[in-house]
Design a protein around this ligand. Sequence first.
Ligand code: ATP
Ligand code: MG
Length: 339
Amino acid sequence: MDEIVGPQFSQTPDPYENQLRPKSFADFIDQSSVVENLRVYINAARDRGDMLDHVLLTGPPGLGKTTLAHILAAEMGHPLIAQSGPALDRPAKLLSILTSLDQGFVIFIDEIHRMPNIVAEYLYTAMTDFKIELAVDQGFGGNRLPFELSQFTLVGATTSEGMLLSPFRDRFKIEEKLTFYPPDELFNVVMRTARILGVKIDADAAKIISARARGTPRITNKYVARIRDFAQEWDAEKITTDVTEKALDRLGVDGCGLTRLDREILGVLARSGGKAVGLKTIAVSVSEEPRTIEEKYEPFLIQQGFILKTPQGRVPTKKAFEHIDAVPPNQSQGKLFDA
Ligand SMILES: Nc1ncnc2c1ncn2[C@@H]1O[C@H](COP(=O)(O)OP(=O)(O)OP(=O)(O)O)[C@@H](O)[C@H]1O
Ligand SMILES: [Mg+2]
C-alpha cells in the first residue's frame, strides 16, 4: 500500500524507528559531505523556484537513506509518497501512482534496484519528460496511450547501485552515497538515542557500543534498546561499561562488532582453506538468503578487511582466520597472504 505523508513529516509502520528517526538535517548526525551537498541542492532549487532534481541515495542498509528521503521532502515543503521497488511489479501500478501525484510531490522508491526493468523503462520518460506512454490494444497495432504527469522529484534508494541499468541511473542528476559511520560519529547516535529513550549511559559505555555497531545507526539503536533491557533486568541504574560488555556478549556481538552469523560466514570461508566460495554456497551453509548475505552482512566484512570479493567468489583474508581462531591455509595458500 502507498504511504503518503505530509510535508511536515512521516509515519512508517515501525513506531520505534519513527521515534528515533531524525526529522531534519539539523537532527541528522554526521555524513556531513552528503548532508552539505543535499542542503546546497535544495537551497539552490528553492531559490530558483525549481523542483529538486531526481536523487539516488546509495549505501548499505540502516545508514539513513529512508530518513534522508523524508528530510528532503520536508525541507522542500512537499508531500512524500513512499513505495518499494518490488511492489511496483507492473507498469499499470506505476502509472496509477504517477497520475495521482500533484505538482511538486516527492516519490520515494526504496530498493529501487528490485523494480522490474519493464517498469523502470516506463519511468525513464516519466523522469525526463514528465510523460508516460502506456501500450494498449496490443492486438490492434500496438496503440500507445500518452499521459501527461505533474512534475515530481523521484528519490530512489538502493543498497546495490551496481544493479541499476545505466540509462536509469543516469537519469538521477543527484547521486549521494552513504558510507559506514566512524565510531566517533556513532557515539553521537548512541547519546542521541539514549536521550530520546530516557536512559542514562556512561560515555565509556557509549564508546563501546559505537565501536561495535558495524558503522550503522540502525544497529546502534537496536543495541542501545537491548542493552537498556539488560540494564533494567540487572537492576543497573544506568548503562555502564560492565553492563554493555555483558549485554553485547549475550547478543553474540564480539569485540569487532561481528555477530554470530558473521562468524559463521567466516567459518564457511575458512573451511574452504582460503579458496574462493560462491555466494549461494555461503548462503546455504548458514541458512540465509543470498541477497541477505550480500546486502546486509558482506559490505561490513569487506570494509573491515575480513573478506575479499573476487569474480570466482568470496575469499577469507588472514584477518578472518585470526578472528575466528581458524587454522590458516597451508604453505602454498599462505603465499596468498604474504604477497
Ligand atoms: N544520521 C543519522 N542520525 C541519527 N540516526 C540515524 C541516522 N541515520 C539513520 N539513523 C537511524 O537509523 C534508522 C535507520 O535509518 P534508515 O531507515 O533511514 O536507513 P536506510 O538506509 O533506509 O536502511 P535500509 O537500506 O535498510 O532501508 C533510522 O530510523 C534512524 O533512527
Ligand atoms: Mg530504508
